[in-house]
Design a protein around this ligand. Structure first.
Ligand code: EPZ
Length: 428
Protein backbone atom coordinates (compact mmCIF):
# COMPACT_ATOMS: atom_id res chain seq x y z
CA UNK A 1 0.00 0.00 0.00
CA UNK A 2 1.31 3.45 -0.92
CA UNK A 3 2.11 6.08 1.64
CA UNK A 4 2.78 9.80 1.41
CA UNK A 5 5.88 11.26 3.05
CA UNK A 6 6.15 14.93 3.98
CA UNK A 7 9.06 16.95 5.38
CA UNK A 8 7.13 19.61 7.31
CA UNK A 9 7.83 23.27 7.95
CA UNK A 10 7.67 24.67 4.42
CA UNK A 11 5.51 27.75 3.83
CA UNK A 12 3.13 27.11 0.89
CA UNK A 13 3.16 29.80 -1.79
CA UNK A 14 1.63 29.73 -5.26
CA UNK A 15 -1.40 28.69 -7.34
CA UNK A 16 -3.36 25.44 -7.03
CA UNK A 17 -5.76 24.47 -9.84
CA UNK A 18 -8.99 23.15 -8.30
CA UNK A 19 -10.40 19.99 -9.91
CA UNK A 20 -13.99 19.05 -10.64
CA UNK A 21 -16.02 18.17 -7.56
CA UNK A 22 -16.02 14.49 -6.54
CA UNK A 23 -19.39 14.80 -4.82
CA UNK A 24 -20.92 16.33 -7.92
CA UNK A 25 -19.32 13.92 -10.41
CA UNK A 26 -20.70 10.94 -8.46
CA UNK A 27 -24.28 12.15 -8.90
CA UNK A 28 -23.88 13.45 -12.46
CA UNK A 29 -22.47 10.15 -13.79
CA UNK A 30 -25.64 8.08 -13.09
CA UNK A 31 -27.73 10.66 -14.98
CA UNK A 32 -26.50 8.95 -18.16
CA UNK A 33 -28.93 6.14 -17.28
CA UNK A 34 -31.86 8.57 -17.69
CA UNK A 35 -31.47 8.82 -21.47
CA UNK A 36 -30.47 6.59 -24.39
CA UNK A 37 -28.53 9.49 -25.88
CA UNK A 38 -24.89 10.45 -25.28
CA UNK A 39 -24.01 12.36 -22.12
CA UNK A 40 -20.58 14.03 -22.04
CA UNK A 41 -19.25 15.30 -18.73
CA UNK A 42 -16.21 17.61 -18.75
CA UNK A 43 -13.95 18.77 -15.91
CA UNK A 44 -14.19 15.27 -14.38
CA UNK A 45 -11.57 14.78 -11.65
CA UNK A 46 -9.07 11.89 -11.96
CA UNK A 47 -10.18 10.04 -8.83
CA UNK A 48 -10.51 6.41 -7.79
CA UNK A 49 -14.20 6.90 -7.03
CA UNK A 50 -14.89 8.29 -10.50
CA UNK A 51 -13.14 5.30 -12.07
CA UNK A 52 -15.10 2.91 -9.81
CA UNK A 53 -18.35 4.58 -10.80
CA UNK A 54 -17.43 4.18 -14.47
CA UNK A 55 -16.93 0.44 -13.91
CA UNK A 56 -20.32 0.22 -12.18
CA UNK A 57 -21.96 1.94 -15.15
CA UNK A 58 -20.30 -0.53 -17.51
CA UNK A 59 -21.77 -3.41 -15.45
CA UNK A 60 -25.21 -1.92 -16.09
CA UNK A 61 -24.61 -1.69 -19.84
CA UNK A 62 -23.62 1.96 -20.02
CA UNK A 63 -20.74 2.55 -22.43
CA UNK A 64 -18.10 4.98 -21.17
CA UNK A 65 -15.31 6.64 -23.12
CA UNK A 66 -12.61 8.79 -21.61
CA UNK A 67 -11.42 11.61 -23.83
CA UNK A 68 -8.41 13.84 -23.33
CA UNK A 69 -8.65 17.30 -21.95
CA UNK A 70 -10.01 19.94 -24.28
CA UNK A 71 -8.21 23.29 -24.59
CA UNK A 72 -8.55 25.36 -21.43
CA UNK A 73 -9.94 22.51 -19.34
CA UNK A 74 -8.09 20.86 -16.45
CA UNK A 75 -10.34 17.83 -16.08
CA UNK A 76 -10.97 14.81 -18.26
CA UNK A 77 -14.00 14.34 -20.45
CA UNK A 78 -16.08 11.18 -20.26
CA UNK A 79 -18.82 10.33 -22.74
CA UNK A 80 -21.42 7.88 -21.46
CA UNK A 81 -24.26 6.18 -23.32
CA UNK A 82 -26.98 3.96 -21.89
CA UNK A 83 -28.49 2.90 -25.22
CA UNK A 84 -29.68 -0.40 -23.75
CA UNK A 85 -29.29 -1.45 -20.12
CA UNK A 86 -28.06 -5.02 -19.63
CA UNK A 87 -28.60 -5.09 -15.87
CA UNK A 88 -30.45 -3.17 -13.17
CA UNK A 89 -28.40 -4.62 -10.31
CA UNK A 90 -25.61 -2.80 -8.43
CA UNK A 91 -23.60 -5.68 -6.91
CA UNK A 92 -22.48 -5.88 -3.28
CA UNK A 93 -18.74 -5.75 -3.92
CA UNK A 94 -19.15 -2.46 -5.78
CA UNK A 95 -21.49 -0.82 -3.29
CA UNK A 96 -19.33 -2.03 -0.37
CA UNK A 97 -16.31 -0.29 -1.87
CA UNK A 98 -18.09 2.90 -2.78
CA UNK A 99 -21.31 3.91 -1.03
CA UNK A 100 -22.12 6.47 -3.72
CA UNK A 101 -23.06 3.47 -5.92
CA UNK A 102 -26.44 3.78 -4.19
CA UNK A 103 -27.02 6.76 -6.53
CA UNK A 104 -27.90 4.42 -9.40
CA UNK A 105 -31.09 3.46 -7.55
CA UNK A 106 -33.17 6.47 -8.60
CA UNK A 107 -32.01 6.59 -12.24
CA UNK A 108 -32.50 2.82 -12.79
CA UNK A 109 -35.97 3.05 -11.27
CA UNK A 110 -36.85 6.01 -13.52
CA UNK A 111 -35.45 4.48 -16.71
CA UNK A 112 -36.26 0.77 -16.30
CA UNK A 113 -38.89 0.73 -13.57
CA UNK A 114 -36.70 -1.73 -11.69
CA UNK A 115 -33.55 -1.35 -9.58
CA UNK A 116 -31.70 -3.67 -7.22
CA UNK A 117 -28.88 -2.26 -5.13
CA UNK A 118 -26.94 -3.91 -2.34
CA UNK A 119 -27.49 -2.22 1.01
CA UNK A 120 -24.28 -0.18 1.47
CA UNK A 121 -23.52 -1.15 5.06
CA UNK A 122 -21.74 1.28 7.35
CA UNK A 123 -18.44 3.04 6.82
CA UNK A 124 -15.70 4.54 8.98
CA UNK A 125 -17.58 7.76 9.75
CA UNK A 126 -20.88 6.21 10.68
CA UNK A 127 -23.77 3.85 10.08
CA UNK A 128 -25.06 5.92 7.13
CA UNK A 129 -28.39 4.10 6.51
CA UNK A 130 -30.43 4.67 3.36
CA UNK A 131 -33.91 4.76 4.91
CA UNK A 132 -34.53 8.32 3.69
CA UNK A 133 -33.65 7.32 0.11
CA UNK A 134 -36.24 4.52 0.27
CA UNK A 135 -38.95 6.63 1.95
CA UNK A 136 -38.56 9.32 -0.71
CA UNK A 137 -38.73 6.81 -3.57
CA UNK A 138 -41.85 5.22 -2.07
CA UNK A 139 -43.47 8.67 -1.90
CA UNK A 140 -42.75 9.06 -5.62
CA UNK A 141 -44.52 5.74 -6.31
CA UNK A 142 -41.88 3.03 -5.95
CA UNK A 143 -42.54 -0.33 -4.32
CA UNK A 144 -39.60 -1.26 -2.06
CA UNK A 145 -38.58 -4.67 -0.79
CA UNK A 146 -35.48 -5.56 1.21
CA UNK A 147 -34.10 -9.08 1.26
CA UNK A 148 -30.74 -10.82 1.56
CA UNK A 149 -28.86 -7.55 1.94
CA UNK A 150 -30.34 -6.04 -1.19
CA UNK A 151 -33.00 -3.42 -1.74
CA UNK A 152 -35.23 -3.80 -4.78
CA UNK A 153 -37.27 -0.85 -5.98
CA UNK A 154 -39.88 -1.24 -8.72
CA UNK A 155 -42.38 1.04 -10.40
CA UNK A 156 -45.96 -0.35 -10.41
CA UNK A 157 -46.19 -2.77 -13.34
CA UNK A 158 -42.59 -1.95 -14.21
CA UNK A 159 -43.85 1.25 -15.77
CA UNK A 160 -43.43 4.92 -14.77
CA UNK A 161 -43.38 6.27 -11.25
CA UNK A 162 -46.36 8.50 -10.40
CA UNK A 163 -44.50 11.34 -8.69
CA UNK A 164 -45.57 12.56 -5.25
CA UNK A 165 -44.72 14.76 -2.27
CA UNK A 166 -42.10 14.00 0.39
CA UNK A 167 -40.73 15.91 3.36
CA UNK A 168 -37.25 14.81 4.44
CA UNK A 169 -37.23 14.46 8.27
CA UNK A 170 -33.45 14.94 8.13
CA UNK A 171 -31.58 16.78 5.38
CA UNK A 172 -29.87 14.16 3.22
CA UNK A 173 -27.71 14.96 0.18
CA UNK A 174 -27.80 11.47 -1.33
CA UNK A 175 -31.50 10.88 -0.65
CA UNK A 176 -32.34 14.23 -2.28
CA UNK A 177 -30.21 13.26 -5.30
CA UNK A 178 -31.87 9.85 -5.68
CA UNK A 179 -35.34 11.38 -5.32
CA UNK A 180 -34.64 14.07 -7.94
CA UNK A 181 -33.22 11.56 -10.42
CA UNK A 182 -36.23 9.26 -9.92
CA UNK A 183 -38.79 12.08 -10.23
CA UNK A 184 -37.64 13.70 -13.48
CA UNK A 185 -39.18 10.90 -15.62
CA UNK A 186 -42.25 10.31 -13.40
CA UNK A 187 -45.78 10.66 -14.83
CA UNK A 188 -46.70 13.57 -12.54
CA UNK A 189 -45.43 16.28 -10.22
CA UNK A 190 -43.07 15.78 -7.26
CA UNK A 191 -42.52 18.20 -4.38
CA UNK A 192 -39.49 17.60 -2.15
CA UNK A 193 -39.54 19.55 1.13
CA UNK A 194 -36.56 20.01 3.48
CA UNK A 195 -34.43 18.98 0.50
CA UNK A 196 -30.64 19.33 0.64
CA UNK A 197 -29.35 22.67 -0.69
CA UNK A 198 -25.68 21.76 -1.37
CA UNK A 199 -24.08 23.21 -4.53
CA UNK A 200 -23.75 19.61 -5.77
CA UNK A 201 -27.56 19.34 -5.71
CA UNK A 202 -27.78 22.51 -7.79
CA UNK A 203 -25.17 21.09 -10.19
CA UNK A 204 -27.28 17.92 -10.57
CA UNK A 205 -30.46 19.91 -11.24
CA UNK A 206 -28.66 22.15 -13.77
CA UNK A 207 -27.47 19.05 -15.67
CA UNK A 208 -30.97 17.51 -15.61
CA UNK A 209 -32.52 20.80 -16.79
CA UNK A 210 -30.02 20.81 -19.66
CA UNK A 211 -31.18 17.25 -20.47
CA UNK A 212 -34.78 18.52 -20.64
CA UNK A 213 -36.04 17.99 -17.07
CA UNK A 214 -38.53 20.44 -15.55
CA UNK A 215 -37.11 21.33 -12.12
CA UNK A 216 -37.58 24.47 -9.99
CA UNK A 217 -36.28 25.47 -6.57
CA UNK A 218 -32.89 23.77 -6.68
CA UNK A 219 -30.71 25.19 -3.89
CA UNK A 220 -33.80 25.92 -1.77
CA UNK A 221 -35.46 23.52 0.71
CA UNK A 222 -38.40 23.05 -1.72
CA UNK A 223 -37.60 21.37 -5.05
CA UNK A 224 -40.52 21.06 -7.52
CA UNK A 225 -40.31 18.58 -10.43
CA UNK A 226 -42.74 18.06 -13.33
CA UNK A 227 -41.99 14.63 -14.79
CA UNK A 228 -41.33 14.39 -18.56
CA UNK A 229 -41.49 11.47 -20.99
CA UNK A 230 -37.90 11.56 -22.12
CA UNK A 231 -34.57 13.25 -21.51
CA UNK A 232 -31.90 13.93 -24.13
CA UNK A 233 -28.13 13.89 -23.99
CA UNK A 234 -25.89 16.96 -23.64
CA UNK A 235 -22.41 18.12 -22.64
CA UNK A 236 -21.96 19.50 -19.13
CA UNK A 237 -19.02 20.68 -17.01
CA UNK A 238 -18.74 19.40 -13.44
CA UNK A 239 -18.60 22.20 -10.86
CA UNK A 240 -15.28 22.90 -9.07
CA UNK A 241 -14.57 21.06 -5.80
CA UNK A 242 -15.34 23.35 -2.86
CA UNK A 243 -13.99 20.79 -0.35
CA UNK A 244 -10.67 20.34 -2.16
CA UNK A 245 -10.36 24.15 -2.24
CA UNK A 246 -11.16 24.47 1.47
CA UNK A 247 -8.63 21.75 2.29
CA UNK A 248 -5.80 23.58 0.53
CA UNK A 249 -6.87 26.83 2.21
CA UNK A 250 -6.30 25.12 5.58
CA UNK A 251 -2.89 23.98 4.35
CA UNK A 252 -2.02 27.61 3.60
CA UNK A 253 -3.25 28.65 7.05
CA UNK A 254 -1.25 26.09 9.01
CA UNK A 255 2.00 26.75 7.08
CA UNK A 256 1.70 30.56 7.25
CA UNK A 257 1.52 30.57 3.47
CA UNK A 258 -0.55 31.96 0.62
CA UNK A 259 -2.29 29.82 -2.02
CA UNK A 260 -4.28 30.98 -5.02
CA UNK A 261 -7.23 28.58 -5.54
CA UNK A 262 -7.83 28.67 -9.28
CA UNK A 263 -11.25 27.83 -10.71
CA UNK A 264 -13.21 27.83 -7.46
CA UNK A 265 -16.66 29.49 -7.17
CA UNK A 266 -16.59 31.54 -3.92
CA UNK A 267 -20.38 31.37 -3.57
CA UNK A 268 -20.08 27.60 -3.09
CA UNK A 269 -18.05 27.94 0.10
CA UNK A 270 -19.02 31.09 2.01
CA UNK A 271 -19.25 29.26 5.36
CA UNK A 272 -15.71 27.99 4.83
CA UNK A 273 -14.32 31.40 3.82
CA UNK A 274 -16.08 33.05 6.77
CA UNK A 275 -14.44 30.53 9.11
CA UNK A 276 -11.04 31.08 7.47
CA UNK A 277 -11.35 34.86 8.00
CA UNK A 278 -12.41 34.35 11.63
CA UNK A 279 -9.32 32.15 12.07
CA UNK A 280 -7.20 35.11 10.93
CA UNK A 281 -6.59 34.36 7.26
CA UNK A 282 -6.97 36.92 4.50
CA UNK A 283 -9.13 36.15 1.43
CA UNK A 284 -8.83 38.00 -1.88
CA UNK A 285 -11.49 37.15 -4.46
CA UNK A 286 -10.59 37.57 -8.14
CA UNK A 287 -11.86 36.58 -11.59
CA UNK A 288 -10.22 33.16 -11.56
CA UNK A 289 -10.95 32.14 -7.97
CA UNK A 290 -9.59 33.33 -4.66
CA UNK A 291 -6.30 33.76 -2.87
CA UNK A 292 -6.08 32.60 0.76
CA UNK A 293 -3.17 33.94 2.84
CA UNK A 294 -2.08 33.63 6.44
CA UNK A 295 -2.07 37.03 8.08
CA UNK A 296 -0.49 36.68 11.53
CA UNK A 297 -1.15 33.93 14.12
CA UNK A 298 -4.15 31.62 13.74
CA UNK A 299 -7.10 32.48 15.97
CA UNK A 300 -9.24 29.80 17.71
CA UNK A 301 -12.81 29.19 16.49
CA UNK A 302 -16.12 27.69 17.58
CA UNK A 303 -17.49 25.64 14.66
CA UNK A 304 -20.57 23.44 14.34
CA UNK A 305 -21.13 21.42 11.17
CA UNK A 306 -24.50 21.74 9.44
CA UNK A 307 -26.14 21.09 6.06
CA UNK A 308 -25.46 23.74 3.39
CA UNK A 309 -25.31 26.72 3.67
CA UNK A 310 -23.88 25.87 7.11
CA UNK A 311 -20.29 24.82 7.81
CA UNK A 312 -19.64 21.60 5.85
CA UNK A 313 -19.01 18.38 7.76
CA UNK A 314 -16.51 17.54 4.99
CA UNK A 315 -14.38 20.48 6.19
CA UNK A 316 -14.35 19.58 9.91
CA UNK A 317 -11.26 17.37 9.99
CA UNK A 318 -9.20 19.80 7.90
CA UNK A 319 -10.10 22.78 10.14
CA UNK A 320 -9.33 20.73 13.23
CA UNK A 321 -5.81 20.09 11.92
CA UNK A 322 -5.26 23.78 11.21
CA UNK A 323 -6.69 24.84 14.59
CA UNK A 324 -4.17 22.60 16.38
CA UNK A 325 -1.79 25.52 15.76
CA UNK A 326 -4.18 28.33 16.78
CA UNK A 327 -3.42 30.49 19.82
CA UNK A 328 -6.05 29.22 22.28
CA UNK A 329 -8.97 26.77 22.56
CA UNK A 330 -11.23 25.95 19.61
CA UNK A 331 -14.58 24.20 19.97
CA UNK A 332 -15.86 21.90 17.21
CA UNK A 333 -19.21 20.13 17.06
CA UNK A 334 -19.90 17.40 14.46
CA UNK A 335 -23.69 17.27 14.05
CA UNK A 336 -23.96 15.22 10.83
CA UNK A 337 -22.04 11.96 11.36
CA UNK A 338 -21.66 10.03 14.59
CA UNK A 339 -18.04 8.99 14.21
CA UNK A 340 -16.14 11.65 12.34
CA UNK A 341 -13.23 12.14 14.77
CA UNK A 342 -11.08 9.23 13.58
CA UNK A 343 -8.31 11.72 12.80
CA UNK A 344 -8.02 12.79 16.47
CA UNK A 345 -5.87 9.88 17.80
CA UNK A 346 -3.51 10.29 14.84
CA UNK A 347 -3.25 14.07 15.29
CA UNK A 348 -2.49 13.47 18.98
CA UNK A 349 0.46 11.31 17.93
CA UNK A 350 1.83 14.40 16.20
CA UNK A 351 1.56 16.43 19.40
CA UNK A 352 -1.96 17.82 19.07
CA UNK A 353 -3.89 18.46 22.30
CA UNK A 354 -7.54 17.57 21.63
CA UNK A 355 -10.34 16.46 23.97
CA UNK A 356 -13.33 14.67 22.45
CA UNK A 357 -16.65 14.30 24.25
CA UNK A 358 -19.23 12.57 22.04
CA UNK A 359 -19.79 14.81 19.03
CA UNK A 360 -17.85 17.73 20.50
CA UNK A 361 -14.12 18.37 20.47
CA UNK A 362 -11.98 21.00 22.18
CA UNK A 363 -8.72 21.74 20.37
CA UNK A 364 -6.08 23.29 22.66
CA UNK A 365 -3.65 25.11 20.38
CA UNK A 366 -0.01 23.99 20.64
CA UNK A 367 3.20 25.79 19.61
CA UNK A 368 4.51 23.00 17.49
CA UNK A 369 3.76 19.50 16.25
CA UNK A 370 6.19 16.74 15.37
CA UNK A 371 6.10 14.48 12.36
CA UNK A 372 5.09 10.82 12.85
CA UNK A 373 3.96 7.73 10.99
CA UNK A 374 0.15 8.04 10.98
CA UNK A 375 -2.75 6.02 9.62
CA UNK A 376 -5.43 7.34 7.28
CA UNK A 377 -8.89 6.05 8.14
CA UNK A 378 -11.29 7.92 5.87
CA UNK A 379 -11.04 10.50 3.13
CA UNK A 380 -11.20 13.78 5.02
CA UNK A 381 -9.35 12.42 8.09
CA UNK A 382 -6.48 11.56 5.73
CA UNK A 383 -6.37 15.13 4.48
CA UNK A 384 -6.24 16.45 8.04
CA UNK A 385 -3.09 14.36 8.61
CA UNK A 386 -1.51 15.76 5.44
CA UNK A 387 -2.34 19.30 6.60
CA UNK A 388 -0.82 18.66 10.04
CA UNK A 389 2.25 17.04 8.45
CA UNK A 390 2.88 20.10 6.27
CA UNK A 391 3.46 22.17 9.42
CA UNK A 392 4.94 19.52 11.75
CA UNK A 393 8.65 19.41 12.50
CA UNK A 394 10.39 16.55 10.73
CA UNK A 395 8.95 13.74 8.66
CA UNK A 396 5.33 12.60 8.56
CA UNK A 397 4.34 9.43 6.74
CA UNK A 398 0.63 8.96 6.08
CA UNK A 399 -0.23 5.28 5.49
CA UNK A 400 -3.19 3.87 3.54
CA UNK A 401 -3.33 6.81 1.14
CA UNK A 402 -5.88 4.98 -0.99
CA UNK A 403 -8.35 6.87 1.19
CA UNK A 404 -6.90 10.12 -0.13
CA UNK A 405 -6.89 9.00 -3.75
CA UNK A 406 -10.68 8.73 -3.56
CA UNK A 407 -11.10 12.48 -3.21
CA UNK A 408 -7.91 14.41 -3.97
CA UNK A 409 -6.59 14.45 -7.52
CA UNK A 410 -2.78 14.64 -7.91
CA UNK A 411 -2.38 15.76 -4.28
CA UNK A 412 1.41 15.53 -4.05
CA UNK A 413 1.83 17.22 -7.46
CA UNK A 414 -0.39 20.14 -6.47
CA UNK A 415 1.29 20.58 -3.07
CA UNK A 416 4.86 20.21 -4.45
CA UNK A 417 4.06 22.97 -6.95
CA UNK A 418 3.47 25.41 -4.08
CA UNK A 419 6.60 24.47 -2.13
CA UNK A 420 5.77 21.40 -0.06
CA UNK A 421 8.37 18.64 0.30
CA UNK A 422 6.07 15.71 -0.34
CA UNK A 423 6.37 12.40 -2.19
CA UNK A 424 4.44 9.16 -2.66
CA UNK A 425 6.23 6.00 -1.51
CA UNK A 426 5.23 2.63 -2.96
CA UNK A 427 4.06 0.27 -0.25
CA UNK A 428 5.11 -2.93 -2.06
C1 EPZ B 1 -22.85 13.14 1.00
O1 EPZ B 1 -22.97 11.90 1.66
C2 EPZ B 1 -21.37 13.28 0.65
N1 EPZ B 1 -20.97 12.19 -0.24
C3 EPZ B 1 -20.53 13.23 1.92
O2 EPZ B 1 -19.18 13.46 1.56
C4 EPZ B 1 -20.98 14.36 2.84
O3 EPZ B 1 -20.27 14.28 4.05
C5 EPZ B 1 -22.49 14.25 3.11
O4 EPZ B 1 -23.21 14.22 1.87
C6 EPZ B 1 -23.01 15.40 3.95
O5 EPZ B 1 -22.75 16.61 3.29
C7 EPZ B 1 -21.26 12.29 -1.57
O6 EPZ B 1 -21.85 13.25 -2.02
C8 EPZ B 1 -20.78 11.14 -2.43
P1 EPZ B 1 -26.29 12.51 3.82
P2 EPZ B 1 -24.47 11.30 1.99
O7 EPZ B 1 -27.29 11.59 3.25
O8 EPZ B 1 -25.39 11.68 0.90
C9 EPZ B 1 -28.07 10.37 7.65
C10 EPZ B 1 -16.87 13.08 1.56
O9 EPZ B 1 -16.01 13.08 2.44
N2 EPZ B 1 -28.90 9.61 6.71
O10 EPZ B 1 -26.46 13.99 3.61
O11 EPZ B 1 -24.31 9.88 2.32
C11 EPZ B 1 -26.58 10.03 7.52
O12 EPZ B 1 -26.26 8.89 8.28
C12 EPZ B 1 -18.21 12.43 1.81
O13 EPZ B 1 -16.73 13.59 0.41
C13 EPZ B 1 -29.90 8.78 7.21
O14 EPZ B 1 -30.08 8.67 8.41
O15 EPZ B 1 -24.83 12.12 3.30
C14 EPZ B 1 -25.92 11.28 8.04
O16 EPZ B 1 -25.91 11.21 9.46
C15 EPZ B 1 -18.30 11.83 3.20
N3 EPZ B 1 -30.66 8.07 6.33
C16 EPZ B 1 -26.89 12.40 7.60
O17 EPZ B 1 -28.12 11.76 7.31
C17 EPZ B 1 -30.49 8.18 4.97
O18 EPZ B 1 -31.24 7.54 4.21
C18 EPZ B 1 -26.44 13.15 6.36
O19 EPZ B 1 -26.13 12.18 5.39
C19 EPZ B 1 -29.47 9.02 4.48
C20 EPZ B 1 -28.69 9.73 5.37
Amino acid sequence: MDSIVIQGGKRLEGAIPISGAKNSALTLLPCAILTDEKLTLSNLPRLADVDSFGHLMNELGVSTKIEGMHKGEIGRRMTLRAENLISTVAPYDMVRRMRASILVLGPLLARAGDATVSLPGGCAIGDRPIDLHLQALEAIGAEIEIAAGFVRATAPGGKRLSGGDFTFPVVSVGATENAVMAAVLAAGRTNLYNAAREPEIVDLCRLLQKMGAHIEGEGSPHIKIEGVEKLHGCTYAVMPDRIEAGSYACAAGITGGSVDLIGIRPEDMLATTNALVQAGLMIEFHDHGMKVSADGPLRPLALSTAPFPGFATDMQAQFMAMLCRAKGESFLEETIFENRYMHVPELRRMGANIDVRGRSAIVHGVDHMTGAKVMATDLRASMSLIIAGLAAEGETEVLRVYHLDRGYERLEEKLSAVGATIERRGGG
